[in-house]
Design a protein around this ligand. Sequence first.
Ligand SMILES: C[S@@+](CC[C@H](N)C(=O)[O-])C[C@H]1O[C@@H](n2cnc3c(N)ncnc32)[C@H](O)[C@@H]1O
Length: 298
Amino acid sequence: MTTASAEETASRVNPDVDAIRHHYEVGNDFYRLLLGPTMMYSGGYWEPGEGLREALDRAQERKLDAFADLAGASGAKRVLDIGCGWGTLLDRLTTVHGVGRGVGLTLSRTQQEFVHGLGNERIEARVESWEEHEAEEPYDAAFSLNSLEHFVHSSLPPRERTKRYRAFFGRVHKALRPGAGFVLHTMTAEALPMNRALLDDLKFLQRSEFEGCHIPHLHEISLGMEGLFDVVEIRNERESFAKACRAWLELLAQRRDEAVALEGEDVVARFERYLDIFAYTLEDRFFNNFRITVERRS
Ligand SMILES: C[S@@+](CC[C@H](N)C(=O)[O-])C[C@H]1O[C@@H](n2cnc3c(N)ncnc32)[C@H](O)[C@@H]1O
């Protein structure tokens, strides 16, 4: 085995900005077509009997409202969204839940442009990694929805990964006031029963779509936050994330020609494959999607 140079190690430890942009800087018009008007890229809360595609936006809004309550964010002065996507959560918090100011972090310049285009003066998206963020004053609540999967590089050995998770939770702890709520949505994986088809699909995810992405194990998260946060609730919401993937696939199928005209056949085929992999790995219980609500310890 060869030993990695200091430079190689550093580039693995720091976020791989190009790998993130490969996925999140596909044009905003394409994402609008894929995700629908709410522009949320994580699971939603459907009521029984509701159509996936028809109720997608309502399901997303329900989720955002539930998250606002869980984090105790209503009426808060300042909130932080780590991995803010297109700013939908911050927009809703400031327009519906009386939040004074929302700061979002993303590595995608096109997402930042989109947030800017919302024209909501109470929210700001910064192209900044979580490890660079310095809070001007403590936040009253924080969120991170399906972004943690990007924060720790898959090539790191387990002990180094744990250090990175600790660094992440340490940062969030530092950014929040004591007693503040933090709601984290993240896929997790336990030991996977390997089979050839699954290995091929995981290889595709690592090589072609989400290079370096690591789906955390629950114990990595709990080691990361030990002593820093008190757990309030953990819920496995794998079905609701799988439903969202299926809804996005339906939307994409419905407007496939337009999507191809915007971004080309290769990009559309990549998205179709990765969304189907996420949907079936959640449905077949290879992956989970945990909603973890915690409170910052003093
Ligand atoms: C799946 S999207 C989720 C977006 C949004 N939370 C939602 O639910 O719609 C992941 C987000 O994480 C952001 N991200 C990835 N790595 C990051 C990092 N190191 N620091 C801050 N944001 C990051 C991406 O730019 C993207 O906005």
